[in-house]
Design a protein around this ligand. Structure first.
Ligand code: ZN
Length: 158
C-alpha cells in the first residue's frame, strides 16, 4: 500500500485516452489499493488512474457505503439532468458549474475481471460521468459552463 501523487490538469497524462486493462493481476490490485488510500487521504469522491499517472481504464467511486472499483467501465444508461458544482482533485481549490445526467448506470469489471453493473443518482451519477470522462482525457473544466465564484461557494447558491 502507498499513497500516489495526484497530478494536476496541467499534466499531459490528464489529457490522454486510456487503454483498457487486460491483466487482472497483483499489479492491478496494488494500483487499486494505492488509489483507494490516495482517495481517502485526499477526501475525494472519485479518482481515475490517469490522475495518478497510469493511463489505464480504472476508476474508483466512493458511494459513501463502499468504494466501487470500476475497471474498463462504460455508461449503459443515463437519464434526467442536473446542473451543479463539480470539483476535481486534479483542479485543487476550484469548482465549476457542470451539467450532468441525474441518473447513470455503468457496467464495469471488478478487480478479478468479473463484469457487474452499478447505478446511482445525483452525486454518484455525477461522479460516474466525471470519472469516466477522465479515461477519455476529458477534465470537467473543458465541458463546464464556468467556474463558480468565491461568493457562490461561500453562499447558498442565491
Ligand atoms: Zn476529476
Amino acid at each position: 500500500m502507498g499513497l500516489r501523487k495526484i497530478l494536476t490538469d496541467k499534466d499531459p497524462a490528464l489529457h490522454k485516452v486510456c487503454r483498457p486493462v487486460e491483466k487482472f493481476d497483483g499489479r492491478l490490485h496494488r494500483l487499486l489499493d494505492d488509489m483507494a488510500e490516495t482517495l481517502e487521504q485526499a477526501n475525494g469522491v472519485g479518482l481515475a488512474a490517469p490522475q495518478v499517472g497510469i493511463l489505464r481504464r480504472v476508476v474508483l467511486v466512493d458511494t459513501g457505503e463502499e468504494i466501487l472499483e470500476l475497471i474498463n467501465p462504460t455508461l449503459l444508461e443515463t437519464s434526467g439532468e442536473q446542473v451543479g458544482a463539480e470539483g476535481c482533485l486534479s483542479v485543487p481549490g476550484k469548482y465549476g458549474l457542470v451539467k450532468r445526467p441525474n441518473y447513470a448506470k455503468v457496467r464495469a469489471q471488478d478487480r478479478n475481471g468479473n463484469w457487474y453493473e452499478a447505478e446511482g443518482e445525483e452525486l454518484i451519477a455525477r461522479c460516474f460521468c466525471h470519472e469516466l470522462d477522465h479515461l477519455d482525457g476529458i477534465v470537467y473544466t473543458e465541458i463546464m459552463e464556468r467556474f463558480l465564484t468565491e461568493e457562490e461557494l461561500a453562499g447558498d447558491n442565491k
